[in-house]
Design a protein around this ligand. Sequence first.
Ligand code: PLP
Length: 372
Amino acid sequence: MRDPQRIAARMDHITASGIRKVFDLGAHLKDPIDLSIGMPHFDVPQPIKDEAIAAIQRGQNRYTPTQGIDPLRQAVSQACRREFGWTDERSIMITSGVAGALTLAIFATVDPGDEVIVTDPHFVMYSYITRMAGGVPVAVDTYDDFRPDVQRIADAVTDKTRLIVINSPCNPTGCVYSEAELRGIAEIAERHGLLVLSDEIYDLFCYDEPYPSMASICENTVLMRGFSKSFGMPGWRMGWCAGPEAIIDRMKTLQQWTFVCAPSMAQAAGVIAMTTDMSETIAAYKVKRDMVADALCDRLGWVKQGGAFYAFVPAPGGDATEFVKRAIANNVLIIPGSVFSAKDTHFRISFACDDAKLQQGLEIMVKLADEF
Ligand code: PLP
């Protein structure tokens, strides 16, 4: 007898997000200090909201072209020309978040058995999508400074390697890769004929130096950027990617038969987002990053990082799950490193919350650390 509720074997490769599990552990808390959330604490800027509402009222509620509406693709193209000096016409497409871009890129390029190089730790979606596509994630250790070791990446390349996925500024570590590191990775990709996926969803959240992008260094890069973090709109499901025409073309075909298009009213509002100045918000996030550094560098041995809105901190006592349990028992939600890594020696704080809550959470963690 066939089981009508049988689940496909590919689903064995993925489990529910470990971050959800922390939510569940903290579900009974009345007013937790939530430093677990991977999204900005600010709301969408008003002009962007207004344009989304106006687009709905104007009737922009139908399917859009698969690759996205022209005004938004043009706005992205201009931004790329300004930032990277691109004079050639790289293909650009609008996706349902960077998650959508990652799904399309990996499914369009990875054959069963192909290897995909990621860092350890990494944003888990990379390895989950790779496995669903039949590929094999190969994690390159970046502990303890979380910088990409170019030699280790070179050593991880085999005949089966297809992609190198990089994420700078990085979730969960906050590390911003230097131009020299990106050049080293680009050189490996070029030497072995590999494609680079550059997930730059945190590009605006870069606090100390100008942000170097792989897109200006390595031609065979699919650049992915998003609106979720930059403009506080993760629920709108908006992202974009740009890269070699042969790859983006196939990603478009796949989008046609899966997501169809990114949400129409969000695309209309995305045109306004592309010229919205977020510098004040980013300055406020730099202050938060510095608050974390003041509290945790000396006391918990965190090495200050330059980007994203996360700190990946050594767990007092060395066992992150144990420390996270104690933090949750003290009303603070944080994420154990094992959610992102083969190791469970660090925990992730998101500092995307208001300053008062952040300060409270940091004080509790420092106090707890003394007990380990
Ligand atoms: N890439 C990274 C590194 C992320 O941290 C996230 C969200 O947490 C995503 C991609 C997915 O973002 P989006 O909302 O654009 O799909």
